[in-house]
Each structure stands twice: as structure tokens, then as C-alpha cells.
Write a protein that binds this ligand. Structure first.
Ligand SMILES: [Zn+2]
Length: 231
């Protein structure tokens, strides 16, 4: 009885050991499968991200045909600024032009720059400033994100005109300059949209006396004219 009993017990133990080994192998296989799934999913997400970003770039290139080396008959006066912090030139895709006034009767690039520095910004936030005599001054580089229209800076080129058009009129020289500049930028960056600051933000800028419709239609005409210029 005892021999039989012991043999049975040994057999049972062996069976039990085999069961444990089987469980270990199963557990190992499950872990292996989980690891393989994790590796393959991370690889596929990597490929997806790469594919998406490259297709996005291709799309942007197609949508925004640029004429960066075209020569336009628009005189822009370069100004040197000491930017307080580096400008973002990586993420700027201009798809619209936003028009502003300085809201002061007189202003020059240095004054606007000082005011914007005082706001804690890198420096002048507009890409261009047009004085009353029609002189166009450079603000931020055309390839850098500006600081002039909250929530829309990454896609907006900003042009500011000297004056307060709540109570004064734009000068003939300014009108000529702003339409030429807008026409140039529209052709150069394939832009169709011009906005007033007040279209995108709760502000009076560029003032109730600003002749927006006239400037918009004249700018579109200029853009058509510049389209014919050689690349
Ligand atoms: Zn404004």
C-alpha cells in the first residue's frame, strides 16, 4: 500500500512540475507576443508620423507656391533691430495679411520696436510699418512669426500704418504703398486673404476711417499685375 501510495504521489508531483513548466512557457510566450506587438506598434507610429509630416510639407508646398526670388517694384527700407529673444522662423506659413494702424498720430520703426519690447516681446511685432509719407520700413523678417494678432500670428503677415484712423485719414502715399506691398505679398506667397485686425480680435484697429474695401480691391489688382512679372 505504501509503495503504491508513494509511486502515485511521485507521479502526481511530476505531473504538477510539468504543469508549472507548461505555465512558465505559456507566460514566456505571452510576454514575447506583448513585446513584439509593442515594438511593431511603435515602429508603425514612427513611420506614420514621418509619412504625415512629409505629406503635410508636400501639401503646403503645393498650396503655397512661393516666388521668393521674384523681383518686385516695391521699395522696402531695411532696419536693424536687436531682437531680445530668438525669432521663430520654423513654423511660419503666411496665408493672410492683417492690417493695423499705430493708433498714434506719429510713429517710426524705432518707437514701435521700443513699445513692443516694453510689452515683453522680442521686438517690433509687425512685418512692415508704412509711414505717412508712404515709406515702407521692414519690421520682423518675412519668414518669422510676428506678434500683432493674437491666435493668428503663425499664419499672418502684419502691416501697420502710421496714424490713428479713428479720427484721421490715410494719406494718398500710404494708400499707394500699402496696395503695392499687399499686392507683392499676395503674389509672392500665394495669399488671397487680407483682414483688418478687428476682423480677428475685439479692437477698433485699424480705425473706422480706414478704407479697407478700397485697399483690398486695389491690392488684388496689384497682385494680378505682379503675377505677370518674371520669376
Ligand atoms: Zn492692430
Amino acid at each position: 500500500m505504501t509503495r503504491k501510495y508513494h509511486t502515485r504521489r511521485r507521479k502526481k508531483r511530476r505531473k504538477f512540475k510539468f504543469k508549472i513548466d507548461k505555465h512558465r512557457i505559456e507566460l514566456f510566450l505571452i510576454l514575447l507576443i506583448i513585446i513584439l506587438i509593442a515594438i511593431s506598434s511603435s515602429l508603425s507610429s514612427c513611420i506614420k508620423t514621418k509619412y504625415n509630416s512629409s505629406s503635410k510639407n508636400i501639401f503646403s508646398e503645393m498650396r503655397l507656391k512661393r516666388h521668393l526670388n521674384k523681383s518686385y517694384p516695391v521699395k522696402i527700407n531695411e532696419v536693424t533691430y536687436n531682437w531680445k529673444s530668438p525669432l521663430n522662423t520654423k513654423d511660419f506659413i503666411p496665408t493672410q495679411i492683417v492690417l493695423h494702424h499705430t493708433a498714434t498720430s506719429t510713429a517710426n520703426p524705432q518707437l514701435v520696436n521700443a513699445a513692443h519690447l516694453a510689452n515683453g516681446w522680442s521686438g517690433i511685432g509687425y512685418h512692415f510699418l508704412i509711414r505717412k509719407d508712404g515709406t515702407i520700413y521692414r519690421g520682423r523678417p518675412e519668414n518669422a512669426i510676428g506678434a500683432h494678432v493674437l491666435n493668428y500670428n503663425a499664419q499672418s503677415l502684419g502691416i501697420c500704418l502710421e496714424g490713428n484712423f479713428e479720427n484721421e485719414n490715410i494719406t494718398a502715399a500710404q494708400e499707394k504703398a500699402v496696395t503695392s506691398l499687399c499686392g507683392m505679398l499676395m503674389d509672392k506667397y500665394s495669399i488671397n486673404k487680407i483682414c483688418k485686425h478687428s476682423d480677428l480680435y475685439n479692437t477698433a484697429c485699424p480705425g473706422k476711417k480706414f478704407p479697407f474695401d478700397k485697399i483690398y480691391s486695389e491690392s488684388k489688382e496689384k497682385a494680378e499685375e505682379y503675377k505677370k512679372l518674371p520669376d
